[in-house]
Design a protein around this ligand. Structure first.
Ligand SMILES: *Cc1c(COP(=O)(O)O)cnc(C)c1O
Length: 401
């Protein structure tokens, strides 16, 4: 593994002067992993647009050899993201799926994984259409009741992969309870923390071994980059994952790393606004005559509200709704009639988005499978952005009229 030998520089950042572990969230979002550039004093981490690095004699270098494995702009971002998840080690990937791919490649044919029955469509696809072909067996179960897990554990079980809040049904899985089971059975617990963001939830603090993010969403926050990340405190796991990252090569370039470092500086401000707008939109929709069901973990009558309250610092801006008496045509008509919300896949950017999971993000899940968990044809998912709340409510009012 390549280590950065260049960290005794004379331009330390607040995170080095104070010690990154003592800093609080917003300070870490702005400073962790970053320091004025030692050659020029540039305060912002430069975009090190280089594939390779000078070596004085073979192997005598400044800690960087080739950018598939290490790049200074990417390293700054990885250290920043690791700090936000209270982790020592961070790896950035060229997409969330690239990160998931690296995790699965640590398994061997015959190994088994227990995972949720309400998953991001692309995770379901890579599990069933890619890794199942390599002899890895997946069990898709309801993880909102962690007691369901034990029945699926056998000597081949290696990992539990969970998502919370789930996409798009907004179920909450109790990370601490699942971690108690994975620990006592020596299984690796991976949490896809994309929907919560590190601002609202830190799975490693709750007992998870590894956190996965689609950085594309809240962390980058501006819908202009596709990226993934893995964060952990487990050195052995980190080394295994770094090997996959370097050997398989789904690593992002310096320009994208720079954009995410820039976006991350406002993560806390954006998340506060997403939570505030999310709550107001949820309250407006809850009593709307056109809404049959609404899924948002901030409601006291949400089935997992108590778990959400225990493990999250806010309820976020992701809301799913079922339209009353709407067939597919009517659902399509309504989803096309928004003026401020944009009909598009993805989530977590500053702008509000609306998505039709059955045909868009979850199109790769068979109809019977998705309907079993509630992803019906008249379900819409909202990613509430940080625009003026009055404009968002006006838009919802006119689109649902
Ligand atoms: C988007 C998403 C992914 C996949 O990430 P990409 O960056 O699109 O590859 C995985 N999990 C969840 C929950 C997502 O929303």
């Amino acid at each position: 593994m390549t280590e950065n030998k260049n960290n005794n520089i004379s331009t330390p950042s607040p995170s080095e002067r104070v010690g990154v572990r003592q800093l609080r969230f917003a300070t870490k979002a702005i400073h962790a992993g970053q320091h004025p550039d030692p050659t020029t004093g540039a305060v912002m981490t430069p975009i090190y647009q280089t594939s390779t690095y000078w070596q004085k004699t073979p192997g005598d270098n400044k800690g960087y050899e080739y950018s598939r494995g290490t790049n200074p702009t990417r390293k700054a971002l990885e250290d920043c993201m690791a700090a936000l998840e209270n982790c020592k080690y961070g790896l950035a990937f060229s997409s969330g799926m690239g990160a998931t791919d690296a995790v699965m490649k640590t398994l061997k044919p015959g190994d088994e994984v227990i995972t949720g029955n309400d998953l991001y469509g692309g995770s379901y696809r890579i599990f069933t259409k890619v890794f199942a072909n390599y002899g890895i067996k997946f069990h898709f179960i309801d993880l909102t009741n962690p007691e369901n897990i034990s029945a699926f554990i056998n000597e081949n079980t290696k990992m539990v992969w969970l998502e919370t809040p789930t996409n798009p049904m907004m179920q909450i899985v109790d990370i601490e309870s699942v971690a108690a089971i994975t620990k006592s059975n020596s299984l690796t617990l991976v949490v896809d923390n994309t929907f919560a963001s590190p601002y609202l939830q830190n799975p490693v603090d709750l007992g998870a071994d590894l956190v996965m993010h689609s950085v594309t969403k809240y962390i980058a926050g501006h819908s202009d980059v596709v990226m993934g990340a893995l964060l952990t405190n487990n050195e052995a796991l980190y080394k295994q994952l770094w090997f996959m990252y370097n050997a398989c090569g789904a690593t992002p370039g310096p320009q994208d790393s720079f954009l995410v470092l820039r976006g991350i500086k406002t993560l806390h401000l954006r998340m506060m606004a997403h939570c505030e707008n999310g709550e107001k939109v949820a309250a407006f929709l809850r009593n709307h005559p056109k809404i049959e069901k609404i899924y948002w973990p901030g409601f006291i009558d949400h089935p997992n509200h108590e778990v959400a309250k225990k493990q999250m610092r806010g309820f976020g801006g992701m809301i799913s709704i079922v339209l009353k008496d709407a067939d597919l045509a009517e659902t399509f008509r309504i989803s096309g009639s928004f003026k401020v919300f944009t009909l598009a896949e993805s989530l977590g950017g500053v702008e509000s988005l609306i998505n039709h999971p059955a045909s868009m993000t979850h199109g790769s899940i068979p109809k019977e499978e998705r309907e079993k968990v509630g992803v019906v044809d008249n379900l819409l998912r909202l990613s509430v952005g940080v625009e003026d709340i009055e404009d968002l409510i006006d838009d919802l009012r006119q689109a649902l009229a």
